[in-house]
Design a protein. Structure first.
Length: 272
């Protein structure tokens, strides 16, 4: 990269395009590298720990290296400083003897890397914002309906012994799991359950639609672009007949002028 790029200067259009292409290609590996070790890491298998720990860390290192190649000042920017801190924190120190106490630092660093991807990517950011609003509405409905069911069921139903039991029932009902360990028996409790179930179905629908737009290669942006082009084409089609009529009228006027010019002048008769 040329050295004319000064610290703190804005990226060029080529650099922005290169970063967008790289992030679109590498965000999924970063998310997998950040999340898989939180669920798959097996302390019983040393080989599994090494493969997952080192492999996920190398994904972060590769991203940092490519980002620096695209923007030589990347490490001097806020994003770059965050990424290099995450690369250092996510190094698999726990593989070294006597460093098991750093596991919680590694977990928070991986979650920070997930947050960094969500913030840096416009489509993922919209996805997180949409789910955040849906989650807030769903949580409010679960709390209200669970408390309503508790008030109705608590006097006669031992399953709703505490508010915690009612919230547990509301969350299980929202996720449509339905363990059946707590079942409302009153009309008010059942109506609260119906409201929570409908909310759960709606949340799953929004989640499916958001995931489809997230991984749908262009999604809404690609759909809106042809619509804009069709509107432009329609406007051009409406303007075209008017232009043709004006051109035809201009030709007719020129023809009339030529005919008038060909008519010989008639001299007036003299009177004595």
């Amino acid at each position: 990269m040329p050295g004319a790029h000064h610290h703190g200067s804005e990226l060029t259009s080529d650099q922005l395009a290169a970063r967008e292409r790289w992030q679109a290609r590498w965000n999924v590996p970063i998310l997998l590298a950040a999340l898989i070790p939180l669920f798959v890491n097996s302390p019983q298998s040393r080989t599994t720990q090494i493969v997952i720990g080192v492999g996920s860390w190398l994904v972060f290192v590769i991203d940092l290296f490519v980002q620096h190649r695209i923007d030589p000042d990347y490490l001097h920017r806020r994003r770059g400083r965050i990424d290099i801190a995450i690369v250092i924190a996510t190094f698999p120190f726990y593989l070294l003897p006597g460093t098991g106490g750093f596991a919680w630092v590694l977990m928070f660093a991986r979650l920070a890397r997930v947050a960094r991807v969500l913030i840096a990517t416009r489509r993922l950011r919209r996805f997180a914002e949409r789910l955040g609003k849906v989650a807030a509405v769903a949580a409010a409905i679960v709390v209200i309906c669970s408390l309503s069911a508790y008030e109705a069921e608590h006097p006669t139903n031992p399953g709703f012994a505490t508010i915690g039991d009612a919230l547990w029932w509301g969350i299980v009902t929202l996720t449509t799991v339905g363990y059946g360990d707590i079942v409302p028996k009153t009309t008010a409790g059942r109506l609260s359950g119906v409201a929570i179930m409908l909310t759960g179905v709606a949340v799953l629908g929004v989640l499916a639609g958001s995931l489809a737009s997230l991984f749908g290669l262009g999604g809404a942006e690609a759909a809106s672009e042809p619509a804009d082009r069709s509107e432009q084409d329609t406007g051009a089609a409406e303007r075209l007949p008017l232009q043709e009529e004006l051109a035809a009228l201009r030709m007719q006027l020129l023809a009339v002028e030529q005919r008038l010019a060909e008519i010989p002048a008639v001299e007036p008769e003299s009177t004595n």
